[in-house]
Ligand binder design. Structure first.
Ligand SMILES: C[S@@+](CC[C@H](N)C(=O)[O-])C[C@H]1O[C@@H](n2cnc3c(N)ncnc32)[C@H](O)[C@@H]1O
Length: 259
């Protein structure tokens, strides 16, 4: 079936092309125009036929190639001119991906669209680091939050919402504000010896994990020079990583250690 005249907001998943959905792959191979940003992996871009026109709209958190408003306007404009526009976003479009804003822009301009969910980085990084996000006896729930802070906001994390020690916490965009996040967590009552992991470039061949505690997180991240994109996972479930590290067993000694 060929692509319809609508805009598809498609999740590309966390990086490993095998984690694309069948629907995402079909749309990528039949698109007329692809609009994508920095988090979409090279391996996924290689699956797209050369006949598909590609528009890169950038977005590193501090160095936007196009503003979000410009991206919204571009999608509306392309939808009026092109038969099948795929807006490809890292992970899931509706989880810290501003896909909701893009969908609203389309809806408000009466442009038909579909949303294709992707595997979000929290789930994928946890799975590829051997960390079950919930586990009987260790975590009764999981919370996805952002560590990104607007310039005028003092706190990164709301203490009341992160205090529960039986809840796993997964922090997107946590690297830049790590010292603030650590102090927010300690002030919220999370123990300094709570296990904490950072997963860099999860699911790709360049994935690295560090497993430590909240108290040693900052120094361990610095020692291993962890770079973005990286996912922070906090809670007792992280203690299972050493035993369940199925993806990179060879990296156990070098990068997977308690500090
Ligand atoms: C703007 S958010 C986009 C999240 C995306 N919509 C999703 O559902 O995964 C970008 C953040 O996601 C996390 N992230 C995305 N891909 C990642 C990966 N492969 N490994 C580790 N973290 C990743 C990082 O924390 C990064 O700063």
């Amino acid at each position: 079936m060929g692509i319809q005249a609508k805009v598809y907001l498609v999740g590309a998943g966390p990086g490993d092309p095998d984690l694309l959905t069948v629907k995402a792959l079909r749309l990528l191979q039949t698109a007329d125009t692809l609009v994508y940003d920095r988090l979409v992996s090279r391996e996924i871009l290689e699956l797209i036929p050369e006949t598909v026109s590609r528009i890169f709209v950038g977005k590193a958190s501090s160095r936007h190639t196009l503003s979000q408003q410009e991206i919204n306007a571009l999608l509306v404009e392309l939808a009026r001119k092109r038969p099948g526009v795929v807006r490809l976003k890292g992970g899931d479009p509706f989880i810290f991906g501003r896909g909701g804003e893009e969908a609203l822009a389309l809806a408000r301009n009466n442009i038909p669209f579909e949303v294709v969910p992707g595997i979000t980085a929290a789930q994928a990084c946890a799975a590829y680091a051997g960390i079950p996000l919930t586990h009987r006896g260790l975590a009764r729930g999981v919370q996805f939050i952002t560590g990104h802070r607007k310039d005028n906001e003092a706190l990164v994390i709301d203490p009341a919402s992160v205090a529960d020690p039986d809840q796993t916490l997964v922090v997107y965009m946590g690297l830049a504000n790590l010292p603030l996040i650590v102090s927010d967590l300690l002030n919220a009552g999370r123990a300094a010896d709570t296990p904490a992991a950072m997963v860099e470039r999860g699911t790709t061949s360049r994935q690295r994990n560090i497993v430590t505690t909240i108290g040693h997180l900052q120094e361990t991240v610095e020692r291993y020079a962890i770079q973005s994109p990286a996912m922070l996972i906090i809670g007792p479930v992280v203690s299972l990583a050493e035993e369940l590290n199925w993806f990179m067993p060879w990296a156990q000694e070098m990068e997977l250690k308690y500090a």
